[in-house]
Design a protein around this ligand. Structure first.
Ligand SMILES: [Zn+2]
Length: 65
C-alpha cells in the first residue's frame, strides 16, 4: 500500500478542509422571462405559474387568499 512520505503541514490540512464549500453546487437562478422573478431552470415559475410561455399553474382568487 502506498504511504505518504511526509506528514502534511497544518496549513495544508486546513487549506484542504476549507475547500469543501467549493464542491457544493450553487443553484443556477435566472430571471423569469414573464415576470422577472428569480426562478430555477426547467422549473415552473413560482411567482406567475408560467413555464415556457404557457400557464401551468392558473392562480385564482381562492388559492391566493
Ligand atoms: Zn414568472
Amino acid at each position: 500500500m502506498a504511504v505518504p512520505k511526509r506528514k502534511k503541514s497544518k496549513a495544508m490540512r486546513d487549506h484542504r478542509r476549507a475547500q469543501w464549500m467549493r464542491s457544493v453546487p450553487v443553484p443556477n437562478v435566472t430571471p423569469c422571462p414573464k415576470c422577472q422573478e428569480p426562478k430555477l431552470p426547467h422549473r415552473v415559475c413560482e411567482a406567475c405559474g408560467f413555464y415556457r410561455d404557457r400557464a401551468v399553474i392558473v392562480k385564482t382568487e381562492d388559492t391566493e387568499a
